[in-house]
Design a protein around this ligand. Structure first.
Ligand SMILES: NC(=O)c1ccc[n+]([C@@H]2O[C@H](COP(=O)([O-])OP(=O)(O)OC[C@H]3O[C@@H](n4cnc5c(N)ncnc54)[C@H](O)[C@@H]3O)[C@@H](O)[C@H]2O)c1
Ligand SMILES: CCCCC/C=C\C=C\[C@H](O)C/C=C\C/C=C\CCCC(=O)O
Length: 263
């Protein structure tokens, strides 16, 4: 997909990984609607991006992705502003093991909601020459266990499972949309402060050293490294349906899990 004047929505785009996704899209000629619940960071970022790219290239919409009313409302405003969408990135996520219902509502609920909102819009557009794309952000904690954060890990597994099934469904339905999942290892963002907060970890705080050792062994990615992998998924249509993971060694495709054989 050529990104010139394509329109994207990025949730959780005010900082961290989402911000880098917004910037790489803008650098490659796209326009971006940033959806985030952090009003001050979102407005600050919009002002910075206006200076660099011009005021017509981005909009910021305040919304909590766990609220149907807020998320759908922001999406509607973005459609009125930009007319149509080519790229949806469901990135907003939190770690909060104590308030686990909230984690499920944001991490899994927000991705499912964003995928349906995007599908409704993308499918209704006529004469689509190039497939539109939905990129759902999960984590390496969505491919295997994370001992300090079982609920987070569960929601991230949910994102992978939901997105694989939905990718197969839209392909089988011959829809003009493709779906991918991006699973990074540890990335240098504010989410990393999780391990310093007993309040957020909850039950398994005493296993903190296991997560810290994994961090020591694997190292930490910068958001721009992950944004490059994101750009490849957005632009390379041959990757339709793929789940990829990114670590400090590079990018790999994750093979689909098999069902146990009956023999
Ligand atoms: N940082 C990592 O090590 C890492 C690794 C793998 C995957 N991820 C995933 O990447 C995504 C982004 O994480 P990050 O590290 O950039 O975090 P971050 O905390 O730096 O940024 C998250 C952004 O999402 C926004 N947000 C949070 N809850 C929201 C909600 N309910 N509605 C709207 N916006 C909301 C925040 O305001 C913030 O701007 C998450 O889904 C996370 O699970 C992060
Ligand atoms: C030492 C600070 C770590 C803080 C971690 C905070 C957020 C990380 C979120 C990522 O999505 C996690 C990514 C990969 C981790 C996956 C598995 C960890 C394996 C070790 C363990 O069980 O903890």
């Amino acid at each position: 997909m050529d990104l010139k004047d394509k329109v994207a929505v990025v949730t959780g785009g005010a900082q961290g990984l989402g911000r880098s996704f917004v910037e790489i899209l803008l650098k490659n000629g796209a326009k971006v609607a940033i959806v985030d619940m952090n009003e001050s960071l979102g407005s600050e970022l919009k002002a910075t991006l206006d200076n660099e790219y011009g005021p017509d290239r981005t909009e910021f919409y305040i919304a909590d992705v766990s609220s149907q009313e807020q998320f759908a409302g922001a999406f509607q405003k973005a459609i009125e502003r930009f007319g149509c969408f080519d790229i949806m990135c469901n990135n907003a996520g939190i770690i909060d093991e104590k308030n686990w219902e909230k984690s499920i509502a944001v991490n899994l609920g927000g991705v499912i909601r964003g995928t349906y909102l995007a599908l409704q819009q993308m499918r209704s557009e006529k004469d689509v020459k190039t497939k539109k794309v939905i990129i759902n952000i999960s984590s390496v904690a969505g491919l295997g266990p994370m001992i300090t954060a079982p609920v987070y890990s569960g929601t991230e597994h949910g994102v992978v499972g939901f997105s694989r099934s939905m990718a197969a469904a839209v392909k089988a339905a011959n829809a003009s949309v493709r779906i991918n999942v991006l699973c990074p290892w540890f990335v240098n963002t504010s989410l990393m402060s999780f391990l310093n907060s007993e309040e957020q970890i909850g039950h398994f705080c005493h296993f903190k050293d296991v997560t810290e050792k994994a961090l020591e062994k694997h190292g930490i990615l910068e958001t721009d490294d992950v944004a490059k992998a994101f750009l490849t998924l957005v632009t390379d249509e041959s990757k339709e349906g793929e789940v990829i993971f990114v670590d400090t060694d590079g990018v790999k495709t994750v093979p689909p899990p098999g069902r146990p054989s009956r023999e």
